[in-house]
Design a protein around this ligand. Sequence first.
Ligand code: AHM
Ligand code: MG
Length: 331
Amino acid sequence: MPRKNQTLGEFIIENQSEFKYSSGELSRLINSIRLAAKVVNHQVNKAGLVDVLGAAGDTNIQGEDQQKLDVIANETFINTLKNREIVCGIASEENDDFITIEGHNDDHQNKYVVLMDPLDGSSNIDVNVSVGTIFSVYRRITPSGTPVKLEDFLQPGRNQVAAGYIIYGTSTMLVYTTGHGVNGFTLNPAIGTFYLSHPDMKFPENGTIYSVNEGNYTHFPQGVKNYIKFCQEEKDDRPYTSRYIGSLVSDIHRNMIKGGIYMYPKSSLNSNGKLRLLYECNPMAYIVEQAGGKASDGYTPIMDLEPKELHERVPFFCGSKKMVEKAESFM
Ligand code: AHM
Ligand code: MG
């Protein structure tokens, strides 16, 4: 039983036996993410003080400017996982290709792959608004002892064995699931320890918040426009409140606590929306479903989609179950 104020370290040890193929590896993996999260948290917090702000000069595969903190976060997570030799491969929003990790004695024996967005919400970095890290963990499907392949990363979200996010907000939290509900841990920055502050998080079944970039309204499909009008209509518990930070982790975290729906639909500007299936939507969908919410592309549950490319995008609707179902009925 999770106990409030338990540390994340204690929680991981106590719950290790819940993992299907428990050999301690997944626990070590989560521990590494915990460590990297603290390092990145430190960097994010001092961002305003030192010269780590601004574009690093490179653009990533999607043609966006990379911020220096994106690069730092990416390197921190990759190096932490690499040095502990617990994964056989990593895919990141910031890297065009996946990274192969040979492991002990170059024998490719490690079981897990990690997919991540090391620092999401990059447009918020320079303006002191919450950003986040998102991660997703799978068991490899190719035989161990051989180098990891693309197919190990292109697995449907249903195969995830763990997923989580870190929110660098007014306080820093690590929220994750291994398929036994969702637990949230808050960092005490003075001593560098995460404490269980939000045991067994649950998405309210219904809510009154909708989160979407309404600047794109005229470009949305008619069904989405109609649903937004429904949210704004004066009837029953509506109009709903509009809340949009532009930082996926923060928008979903808030909606999970208060009840709401997050949407990034396709539009005449982006034919598949903006968010990436493998390291943004799938991990968020796993957390949201584990918390009793729902995530879909408007028609199909996100985790049932068959991925085709590492960086593919997908329309995303997620949040309180009843709200997502209502939105789907408009599509
Ligand atoms: P990023 O990976 O470049 O940071 O983009 C992802 C972010 C999400 O966090 C956020 O929900 C969305 O992009 C906001 O996009 P927009 O500015 O188009 O509304
Ligand atoms: Mg991102």
